[in-house]
Design a protein around this ligand. Structure first.
Ligand code: ADP
Ligand code: MG
Length: 220
Protein backbone atom coordinates (compact mmCIF):
# COMPACT_ATOMS: atom_id res chain seq x y z
CA UNK A 1 0.00 0.00 0.00
CA UNK A 2 1.02 3.60 -0.68
CA UNK A 3 0.28 6.06 2.10
CA UNK A 4 0.81 9.79 1.70
CA UNK A 5 0.22 12.05 4.67
CA UNK A 6 0.10 15.84 4.57
CA UNK A 7 2.75 16.09 1.92
CA UNK A 8 3.94 19.61 1.16
CA UNK A 9 6.60 20.91 -1.17
CA UNK A 10 7.99 24.42 -1.41
CA UNK A 11 10.65 25.82 -3.69
CA UNK A 12 12.74 28.85 -2.79
CA UNK A 13 12.42 31.81 -5.16
CA UNK A 14 13.93 35.32 -4.97
CA UNK A 15 10.58 36.63 -3.74
CA UNK A 16 10.25 33.94 -1.07
CA UNK A 17 9.27 30.27 -1.11
CA UNK A 18 6.43 29.11 -3.35
CA UNK A 19 4.31 26.23 -2.12
CA UNK A 20 3.71 23.76 -4.93
CA UNK A 21 2.06 20.98 -2.88
CA UNK A 22 -0.11 21.81 0.08
CA UNK A 23 -0.80 19.00 2.56
CA UNK A 24 -1.65 16.31 0.05
CA UNK A 25 -2.90 13.07 1.59
CA UNK A 26 -3.89 9.94 -0.28
CA UNK A 27 -3.90 6.17 -0.12
CA UNK A 28 -3.60 3.62 -2.86
CA UNK A 29 -3.95 -0.04 -1.94
CA UNK A 30 -2.44 -3.05 -3.68
CA UNK A 31 -3.89 -3.55 -7.12
CA UNK A 32 -5.57 -0.12 -7.08
CA UNK A 33 -5.29 2.54 -9.78
CA UNK A 34 -5.54 6.30 -9.55
CA UNK A 35 -5.68 9.02 -12.21
CA UNK A 36 -4.52 12.49 -11.18
CA UNK A 37 -5.85 15.36 -13.27
CA UNK A 38 -5.45 19.10 -12.92
CA UNK A 39 -4.37 22.27 -14.70
CA UNK A 40 -0.83 22.82 -15.85
CA UNK A 41 1.35 24.00 -12.99
CA UNK A 42 -0.89 22.50 -10.31
CA UNK A 43 1.91 20.28 -8.97
CA UNK A 44 1.16 16.93 -10.64
CA UNK A 45 4.73 16.24 -11.79
CA UNK A 46 6.11 17.40 -8.47
CA UNK A 47 3.80 14.97 -6.67
CA UNK A 48 4.86 12.10 -8.91
CA UNK A 49 8.56 12.84 -8.50
CA UNK A 50 8.18 12.78 -4.70
CA UNK A 51 6.15 9.55 -4.79
CA UNK A 52 8.87 8.19 -7.08
CA UNK A 53 11.48 9.21 -4.46
CA UNK A 54 13.30 11.37 -7.02
CA UNK A 55 12.79 14.42 -4.85
CA UNK A 56 12.22 14.82 -1.09
CA UNK A 57 9.12 16.55 0.27
CA UNK A 58 9.46 19.71 2.37
CA UNK A 59 7.20 18.11 4.96
CA UNK A 60 4.84 15.18 5.30
CA UNK A 61 5.31 11.47 4.92
CA UNK A 62 5.37 8.94 2.10
CA UNK A 63 5.23 5.24 2.95
CA UNK A 64 5.41 2.44 0.42
CA UNK A 65 4.59 -0.92 2.00
CA UNK A 66 5.35 0.67 5.34
CA UNK A 67 8.75 2.00 4.29
CA UNK A 68 9.58 5.72 4.36
CA UNK A 69 12.08 6.02 1.51
CA UNK A 70 13.26 9.43 2.69
CA UNK A 71 14.25 8.17 6.13
CA UNK A 72 17.46 6.49 4.96
CA UNK A 73 20.54 7.55 2.97
CA UNK A 74 20.40 8.51 -0.72
CA UNK A 75 22.07 5.33 -2.02
CA UNK A 76 19.53 3.16 -0.19
CA UNK A 77 16.80 5.31 -1.73
CA UNK A 78 18.22 4.78 -5.22
CA UNK A 79 18.19 1.01 -4.87
CA UNK A 80 14.71 1.09 -3.30
CA UNK A 81 13.53 3.15 -6.30
CA UNK A 82 15.10 0.76 -8.80
CA UNK A 83 13.50 -2.25 -7.14
CA UNK A 84 10.10 -0.87 -6.21
CA UNK A 85 9.12 1.89 -8.62
CA UNK A 86 8.54 1.98 -12.37
CA UNK A 87 8.29 5.22 -14.35
CA UNK A 88 6.73 6.17 -17.65
CA UNK A 89 7.14 9.80 -18.69
CA UNK A 90 5.61 11.90 -21.46
CA UNK A 91 8.91 11.67 -23.30
CA UNK A 92 9.88 8.03 -23.67
CA UNK A 93 13.50 8.61 -22.46
CA UNK A 94 14.75 5.56 -24.33
CA UNK A 95 18.47 5.38 -25.05
CA UNK A 96 18.85 6.16 -28.76
CA UNK A 97 21.86 3.87 -29.23
CA UNK A 98 20.26 0.81 -27.59
CA UNK A 99 17.84 -1.67 -29.16
CA UNK A 100 14.28 -1.98 -27.92
CA UNK A 101 15.28 -5.12 -26.00
CA UNK A 102 18.27 -3.45 -24.34
CA UNK A 103 16.10 -0.47 -23.39
CA UNK A 104 13.61 -2.78 -21.69
CA UNK A 105 16.54 -4.39 -19.83
CA UNK A 106 17.90 -1.08 -18.50
CA UNK A 107 16.42 -1.33 -14.98
CA UNK A 108 18.19 -4.68 -14.56
CA UNK A 109 21.52 -3.41 -15.91
CA UNK A 110 21.72 -1.00 -12.96
CA UNK A 111 22.46 -3.95 -10.67
CA UNK A 112 24.77 -5.92 -12.95
CA UNK A 113 24.38 -8.20 -15.92
CA UNK A 114 20.75 -9.26 -16.47
CA UNK A 115 20.11 -12.95 -15.75
CA UNK A 116 18.69 -15.21 -18.48
CA UNK A 117 15.36 -15.15 -16.60
CA UNK A 118 15.31 -11.37 -16.78
CA UNK A 119 16.16 -11.40 -20.49
CA UNK A 120 13.27 -13.83 -21.02
CA UNK A 121 10.95 -11.51 -19.12
CA UNK A 122 12.08 -8.55 -21.26
CA UNK A 123 11.31 -10.54 -24.42
CA UNK A 124 7.94 -11.57 -23.04
CA UNK A 125 7.09 -7.96 -22.18
CA UNK A 126 8.05 -6.82 -25.69
CA UNK A 127 5.77 -9.50 -27.06
CA UNK A 128 2.96 -8.37 -24.74
CA UNK A 129 3.26 -4.77 -25.95
CA UNK A 130 3.10 -6.03 -29.53
CA UNK A 131 6.74 -5.44 -30.39
CA UNK A 132 8.35 -8.89 -30.39
CA UNK A 133 9.56 -8.41 -33.97
CA UNK A 134 10.98 -4.98 -33.08
CA UNK A 135 13.30 -6.10 -30.30
CA UNK A 136 16.51 -5.52 -32.34
CA UNK A 137 15.31 -2.10 -33.56
CA UNK A 138 16.58 1.25 -32.31
CA UNK A 139 14.10 3.81 -30.91
CA UNK A 140 14.60 5.97 -34.00
CA UNK A 141 13.17 3.16 -36.12
CA UNK A 142 9.95 2.99 -34.06
CA UNK A 143 6.79 5.11 -34.12
CA UNK A 144 5.98 7.36 -31.17
CA UNK A 145 3.36 4.92 -29.93
CA UNK A 146 5.75 1.97 -30.22
CA UNK A 147 8.48 3.86 -28.33
CA UNK A 148 6.04 4.55 -25.53
CA UNK A 149 5.08 0.86 -25.44
CA UNK A 150 8.77 0.01 -25.05
CA UNK A 151 8.86 2.49 -22.15
CA UNK A 152 5.90 0.68 -20.55
CA UNK A 153 7.68 -2.67 -20.92
CA UNK A 154 10.84 -1.18 -19.38
CA UNK A 155 8.90 0.24 -16.42
CA UNK A 156 7.43 -3.22 -15.72
CA UNK A 157 10.61 -5.27 -16.08
CA UNK A 158 11.32 -5.59 -12.37
CA UNK A 159 7.61 -5.93 -11.44
CA UNK A 160 7.49 -2.64 -9.49
CA UNK A 161 5.22 -2.22 -6.49
CA UNK A 162 4.36 1.28 -7.69
CA UNK A 163 4.01 2.23 -11.34
CA UNK A 164 4.00 5.98 -12.01
CA UNK A 165 3.10 7.52 -15.36
CA UNK A 166 3.32 11.28 -15.99
CA UNK A 167 1.19 12.19 -19.00
CA UNK A 168 2.25 8.97 -20.73
CA UNK A 169 -0.09 9.58 -23.67
CA UNK A 170 0.49 13.32 -24.00
CA UNK A 171 2.17 12.98 -27.39
CA UNK A 172 0.03 10.18 -28.84
CA UNK A 173 -3.15 10.20 -30.92
CA UNK A 174 -6.29 8.75 -29.35
CA UNK A 175 -5.64 5.28 -30.73
CA UNK A 176 -2.05 5.21 -29.42
CA UNK A 177 -3.20 6.69 -26.11
CA UNK A 178 -5.80 3.95 -25.65
CA UNK A 179 -3.23 1.24 -26.44
CA UNK A 180 -0.69 2.57 -23.94
CA UNK A 181 -3.35 3.05 -21.25
CA UNK A 182 -4.67 -0.49 -21.74
CA UNK A 183 -1.14 -1.85 -21.38
CA UNK A 184 -0.50 0.12 -18.20
CA UNK A 185 -3.74 -1.23 -16.73
CA UNK A 186 -3.43 -4.83 -17.92
CA UNK A 187 0.28 -5.42 -17.37
CA UNK A 188 0.16 -3.39 -14.17
CA UNK A 189 -2.63 -5.66 -12.88
CA UNK A 190 -0.53 -8.74 -13.61
CA UNK A 191 2.29 -7.34 -11.50
CA UNK A 192 -0.29 -6.65 -8.79
CA UNK A 193 1.11 -3.34 -7.57
CA UNK A 194 -0.31 0.18 -7.62
CA UNK A 195 -0.69 2.45 -10.65
CA UNK A 196 -0.86 6.25 -10.64
CA UNK A 197 -1.32 8.06 -13.95
CA UNK A 198 -1.22 11.83 -14.43
CA UNK A 199 -3.28 12.78 -17.46
CA UNK A 200 -5.20 15.54 -19.20
CA UNK A 201 -7.23 13.09 -21.24
CA UNK A 202 -10.72 12.20 -20.05
CA UNK A 203 -10.61 8.89 -21.93
CA UNK A 204 -7.42 7.88 -20.11
CA UNK A 205 -8.82 8.90 -16.71
CA UNK A 206 -12.01 6.95 -17.40
CA UNK A 207 -10.03 3.83 -18.22
CA UNK A 208 -8.05 4.17 -15.00
CA UNK A 209 -11.29 4.47 -13.04
CA UNK A 210 -10.65 6.45 -9.89
CA UNK A 211 -9.84 10.12 -10.45
CA UNK A 212 -8.59 12.88 -8.14
CA UNK A 213 -7.95 16.47 -9.11
CA UNK A 214 -5.00 18.55 -8.06
CA UNK A 215 -5.66 22.29 -8.04
CA UNK A 216 -3.04 24.77 -6.82
CA UNK A 217 -1.20 22.02 -4.99
CA UNK A 218 -4.28 20.77 -3.15
CA UNK A 219 -5.88 17.42 -3.80
CA UNK A 220 -9.65 17.87 -4.19
P1 ADP B 1 2.28 20.19 -13.37
O1 ADP B 1 3.00 18.88 -13.61
O2 ADP B 1 0.94 20.02 -12.71
O3 ADP B 1 2.17 21.00 -14.61
P2 ADP B 1 4.64 20.87 -11.81
O4 ADP B 1 4.64 19.94 -10.66
O5 ADP B 1 5.56 20.60 -12.93
O6 ADP B 1 3.13 21.05 -12.34
O7 ADP B 1 4.95 22.34 -11.29
C1 ADP B 1 4.17 22.96 -10.27
C2 ADP B 1 4.75 24.33 -9.95
O8 ADP B 1 6.01 24.15 -9.33
C3 ADP B 1 4.98 25.20 -11.17
O9 ADP B 1 4.60 26.52 -10.84
C4 ADP B 1 6.45 25.10 -11.38
O10 ADP B 1 6.94 26.26 -11.98
C5 ADP B 1 6.99 24.93 -9.98
N1 ADP B 1 8.26 24.18 -9.94
C6 ADP B 1 8.43 22.89 -10.32
N2 ADP B 1 9.70 22.49 -10.12
C7 ADP B 1 10.37 23.57 -9.61
C8 ADP B 1 11.71 23.82 -9.18
N3 ADP B 1 12.65 22.88 -9.24
N4 ADP B 1 12.01 25.07 -8.70
C9 ADP B 1 11.05 26.02 -8.61
N5 ADP B 1 9.77 25.85 -8.99
C10 ADP B 1 9.43 24.65 -9.48
MG1 MG C 1 3.72 17.98 -15.33
Amino acid sequence: MLEVERLSKSYPTPSGPIRVLDEVSLRVADGERLAVMGPSGSGKSTLLSILGTLEPPTSGIVRLDGIDPFAGPADARASFRNRSIGFVFQEHHLLAGCTALDNVLLPAVATGRPSPVTVDRARLLLERVGLAARSPHLPGQLSGGARQRVAVARALLLAPRLLLADEPTGQLDSHGAAAVTDLLVELGAEVGGMLIVVTHADAVAERIGRVRRLVDGRLQ
